[in-house]
Write a new protein. Structure first.
Length: 129
């Protein structure tokens, strides 16, 4: 049994299968999830677990070489916008519609319990060397 890190067996297994260039969508409860990507749904109740908790847990385990979010987050959700700005200084911003299109090519979608708008980010996996 694992004693640290991500304990959810479905999420830990999905992360272990990722490679360089794979994309991971971390999303709120309202983000439409397309058919295709593997989905690990962590949502329990509105706000639980939070987007920030899940994102930080993933960043502890993944090498991320880039991130993309919806430009609407700046006005609609300043708290998440600030969080993304501190975690990803080179954050790419696209329209929410474009972000939904990009999600179709994700390898994994991790759905949080976040119930505030535009708390979504598409991570691009890197390599540790």
């Amino acid at each position: 049994m694992k004693k640290a890190g991500i304990l959810n067996r479905h999420l830990a297994g999905a992360l272990a299968g990722l490679g360089h260039g794979d994309r991971v969508m971390v999303c709120d409860v309202g983000m439409p999830i397309p058919r295709g990507p593997r989905v690990v749904d962590l949502a329990f109740r509105a706000g639980v677990p939070s987007f920030a908790e899940v994102l930080d847990g993933l960043l502890d385990e993944l090498v991320v070489e880039g991130a993309t979010a919806a430009n609407e987050v700046r006005d609609a959700n300043p708290e998440v916008s600030a969080l993304l700005g501190t975690r990803f200084p080179d954050l790419e911003l696209v329209s929410h519609e474009k972000l939904k299109e990009l999600t179709a090519d994700a390898r994994l979608v991790v759905r949080t319990g976040e119930a505030r708008p535009y708390a979504n980010v598409l991570l691009a996996c890197g390599v540790f060397f």
